[in-house]
Design a protein around this ligand. Structure first.
Ligand code: MF3
Ligand code: CO
Ligand code: CO
Length: 263
């Protein structure tokens, strides 16, 4: 995996990634208030698009390999790449992952969060909380000299210890002025394996964790990935930079400011 060269970003480029990442985090926070029973995923999309433009940025997903909308909205059994739709109206008890990627001055901030619509069932609540903890534990592995496999191993061990499974078909990725580049960051794997992390690498960690089987299916629209057993799936994503001392979260939201990610 990852035969492509991994680019190390300059401090000037990392500063641009900070600006894009901050905007992405703010966009997710902005959309959160709208997540209520009765809203359609298209309304969320349209607000994201206009907010992004009004902040001098563009929506990277729009037109990316033909993706038709500005954000991904993945409800319940949808694992990722759900397409916003006027007919898809959120209802009490749903979970929805909103994945945003604005580009600012050419650089990408890629982040997602799974939200509750109203009050979740106990099982949905557990899945979402464990998935967020998977992301945190994956991030805590990041420091120069650690291996890419350390991230996936940590996430897989924790998810499976809680009775959940890790999606294999979609992985984290290098991100910069390019949306998806080397390295690939699997959310499963073996400690001590894979390339060593180096200061200046910037990539996403974006575990998709399933209640049932890890297997996914892509629907006839060629985008929407769903769990094969139609049980729930949750996801959280941050864009991070490897620093000399550990890790910097480029898409940290204000609500997460208290969290410690030191490795
Ligand atoms: N934001 C997604 C990711 O985390 C990618 C979406 S690509 C799209 O990598 F085309 F589906 F929008
Ligand atoms: Co994303
Ligand atoms: Co991503």
């Amino acid at each position: 995996m990852g035969s492509e060269t991994i680019v190390l970003l300059s401090s000037r480029e990392i500063e641009k990634m900070r600006c894009a990442g901050r905007l992405a985090a703010e966009l997710l926070h902005h959309l959160e208030k709208m997540v209520q029973p009765g809203i359609s995923t298209l309304e969320l999309n349209d607000e994201a698009e206009s907010w992004t433009r009004s902040h001098g940025a563009k929506s990277a997903p729009l037109g990316y390999h033909g993706f038709p909308k500005s954000i991904c909205t993945s409800v319940n059994e949808v694992v990722c790449h759900g397409i916003p739709n006027a007919k898809q109206v959120l209802k009490e008890g749903d979970i929805i992952n909103i994945d945003v990627t604005p580009t600012l001055d050419g650089y990408h901030g890629d982040t997602s969060k799974t939200f509750f619509v109203g009050t979740p069932s106990p099982s949905a609540k557990k899945l979402v909380e464990i998935t967020e903890e998977c992301l945190r534990r994956g991030i805590a592995q990041v420091k120069p000299g650690a291996r890419i496999g350390d991230i996936g191993a940590e996430i897989q061990e924790y998810a499976e210890s809680q009775g959940f499974s890790v999606v294999r078909d979609f992985v984290g990725h290098g991100v910069s002025n390019v949306f998806h580049t080397a390295p690939q960051i699997p959310h499963y794997g073996t400690r001590g394996k894979g390339k060593r992390l180096r200061s200046g690498m910037v990539f996403t960690i974006e575990p998709m964790i399933n209640e049932g089987t890890w297997e996914v299916e892509v629907l006839a629209d060629k985008w929407t990935a769903v769990t094969k057993d139609r049980k729930l799936s949750a996801q959280f994503e941050h864009t991070i930079a490897v620093t000399d001392s550990g890790v910097e979260l480029l898409t940290l939201r204000e609500e997460e400011a208290h969290l410690q990610f030191a490795s």
